[in-house]
Design a protein around this ligand. Structure first.
Ligand code: SF4
Length: 332
């Protein structure tokens, strides 16, 4: 958990405005929208809904965190990490560009902070990056996209890899809520001429066509620096197959990519006996488990596993008994 945030990989959250619009299945149970419904009548979500600019004191809070950062560094041995956009999307095209510009000015002035710009709209980024993005003034900033399955990874990771970056900036993916299996070492890529192949986004290697043979260095040669993985939380959370998390953990370990397992979410690996003994369990199994009487075929193609609805806190964040809490060097 962060120093001043309940989110495991950041210490602060910064929101220059509040409001957004759903853009994919990962948004289905958006906590920021639920919060807006609860406290602001849901006025700031959806097409045409006006985003609400936050108060100056909120927008300027990073200046205060920046002043306090040396003391933080003395105590923690690293600089504070800031999640930009927990209640909005920084590359939202429905906001006044002047709001984004003002936010970038705050980001630029706060070099003691380690900024994490999070987006589900990476396609908008090339036109919305700050002026001076590559001049050294934003070397304390990285970009993290959020994706939920292979189709989104194939679509969005190449856009992230194609963004211009200095040697000190970094690229990450939040694979949360994981809603399908993922292989970051084999992105299906088809160029504008219809020529396809797969791209290893962890090593910068390319395999032409359907060829299973030798991979070659790709001229792009940019790679992901960080992958965060997690299951969904909340009342309507969808289960994550445990093998999806294990696969991405193993991909990162093989390539030397920083991997952080954020949470199981509502559902976690269990046994039928344990689940049946828990009166609050909303147990469910993945197809094929030999000990389950009432099989629910949720992800039959992914094989046997059993998960139990036990709640985020009880589910925890150990993957096969181990904590995975790595960051790219720029955030360490
Ligand atoms: S992009 Fe993020 S903030 Fe916007 S609706 Fe989706 S989950 Fe919510």
């Amino acid at each position: 958990m962060g120093a001043f945030s309940a989110i495991e990989w950041c210490d602060h959250t910064a929101n220059p405005w509040i409001g957004c619009q759903k853009v994919g299945p990962g948004c289905d149970h958006c906590y920021a929208e639920a919060r807006d419904n609860r406290f602001e009548g849901g006025a700031h979500w959806g097409p045409g809904a006006p985003r609400r600019r936050t108060a100056p004191a909120t927008r300027n809070a990073p200046l205060r965190w920046n002043r306090a950062a040396p003391a933080f560094h003395a105590g923690h041995g690293r600089w504070p990490r800031v999640f930009s956009g927990s209640l909005c999307d920084i590359f939202d095209n429905a906001v006044d560009p002047a709001w984004r510009k003002d936010h970038y000015q705050i980001v630029r002035e706060t070099k003691n902070l380690r900024w994490i710009l999070v987006t589900k709209r990476i396609g908008n980024a090339p036109a919305m990056l700050p002026e001076g993005w590559l001049d050294g003034g934003f070397d304390h900033v990285g970009i993290m996209i959020t994706t939920v399955n292979q189709a989104e990874i194939d679509r969005d990771v190449p856009k992230l890899l194609d963004l211009p970056m200095t040697g000190n900036q970094w690229r990450g993916v939040s694979y949360e809520p994981a809603l399908g299996p993922a292989d970051f070492s084999r992105l299906k890529v088809v160029n504008r001429y219809g020529f396809g192949g797969s791209y290893d986004a962890l090593r910068g290697l390319w395999r032409p066509g359907d060829d299973e043979g030798a991979a070659v260095a790709h001229p792009r040669a940019t790679v992901l620096d960080w992958i965060v993985c997690g299951g969904e939380s909340g009342d309507e959370a969808r289960p994550m197959h445990p093998d999806w998390a294990r696969a991405v953990r193993d991909q990162c370990a093989a390539a030397g990519t920083a991997f952080l397992f954020k949470q199981w979410g509502e559902w976690a690996p269990s046994t039928p006996e344990q689940a049946y003994a828990n009166p609050r369990s909303g147990w469910r199994c993945f197809a094929g488990h030999p000990h389950v009487a009432k099989a629910h075929e949720l992800y039959p193609e992914n094989g046997a596993a059993f998960v139990e609805r036990m709640g985020k806190k009880a589910a925890g964040r150990l993957l096969d008994g181990k904590l995975h809490h790595a960051f790219p060097r720029q955030l360490s």
